[in-house]
Write a protein that binds this ligand. Sequence first.
Ligand SMILES: Cc1ncc(COP(=O)(O)O)c(C=O)c1O
Length: 486
Amino acid sequence: MIDPDFELDRRADAGLTRQLYDRVRAAILSGTLPPGRRLPSSRALARQLGVARNTVSFAIDQLAMEGYLDTAPGRRPIVAGTTKARLVTGPAAADRRPAALKLSRWAARLRQADWPFMNEGRPRPFRPGVADPRPFPHELWARCLRRAARQASARSVAKENRPSLQAALLRHLAEHRGIKAEAHQIIVTPSAQAAIELIARLVLDAGDLAWLESPGYGGARVALESAGARLGGVPLDRSGIAIAGRSDRPRLIFVTPSHQYPTGRLMSVTRRQELLAFAAHTGTAIIEDDYDSEFHYDGRPVAALQGLDGGARVFYVGTFSKSMFADIRVGYAIVPDALVDVVERAQRHAGQIVSAPLQDALAGFVEDGHFAAHIRRMTRVYRARRDRMVAALSAEAGDRITIAPPPGGMQLLVELADDRDDQSLTRDLAAAGITARPLSRHFTGAIGGQGLFLGFAAWDEREIDAGAAILGRVMRQSRRQRRIRA
Ligand SMILES: Cc1ncc(COP(=O)(O)O)c(C=O)c1O
């Protein structure tokens, strides 16, 4: 029987049918109404509750559809039999013991990983890698989004990689980065990180060796690790990744030749040729991460590796999260022609697809010249900020740091002159309101230096001056404290 005290609340937000459904379902799940128990007929129940018979019938039908009740014409509903009831309610209460949810070894490694830097909170000076969203032409972008949304009604099912964006992007990259490819080789992903993950999984088997620059980009480190790679951190010299004389043989090499991450160094043309010759000789794949090469300040930018290689073994990766704004969540890879098919399959498999209207909006933004205009404008802004940052840091802490102004990009590295521990300094800076990343955490293998990695792009001159003053003060204070302790 239904609980005789059960009353429906006529003023409640949930309708009467919903209340009855919830009540009966809860009674079945808790065992108060056990399997095999007959309910009153819907007519009797409606009378007991003082509601229309339809109100009761709708609730009973829904419960029958979900497997809680068995119904048949002319018979009172019955709580579903053991097997069916178990399927919806789980095992009998007596042997219901909470078992711990098991996660994979990968999840355990993720919990330990020191990338991304999870504890930085909201962006503040001098968090690296952040574009300034304030000068972005949001109104023009909104127009592109509106236009793309209207086009969506005229389209049936879109291709994963929109030809309009592939064509617009290729024109831009061929002109500015010396890319040599056909439009269909561009795979559009929700981030550069997603592209790196896809490529790593396609190239590497568990246990394969992958080289990456050390110091280098932690995002690549975790992507290669999650594909099961053994990581070989390769030190840098003035020309970039120092591969000469190594006897180990990787399946994949990850590099950031335009602005090495985090040192900002430019890989020399000779080193590029050596790297490509090595890859050709050994059948190694290269991921070229060109994450912020749009912003180049001194001299002419060097063309991408991809163009030098003719597209045979270089996977070129880029992102809009630096050139536009961080939340846009669009990146891309240009992959060797012969591999387009398998990369597209992997892309669908992993669901790394960007919404078609967003791709169309971006295509319009690039095609109409707004993208190139924004980059021209931000190059001027960021160059001035880089110079301001170098000047402010030199004035505030010049005797304790060495700065190599990067030829481009959005961040710079300062090396610590004394044997200062960069992790404790970073903690002191965080307490004073400044974000800095310790260089020591960017190494794979032996730690080769202490320094601070600082972003300058997202902060205006007033913020840069104020941040540099705090940084100088914290460095002076912590040096005094170390002297007292010593
Ligand atoms: C070297 C490097 N590559 C790739 C990325 C990631 O770009 P996305 O946000 O598109 O994954 C970043 C972002 O900080 C980066 O610094």
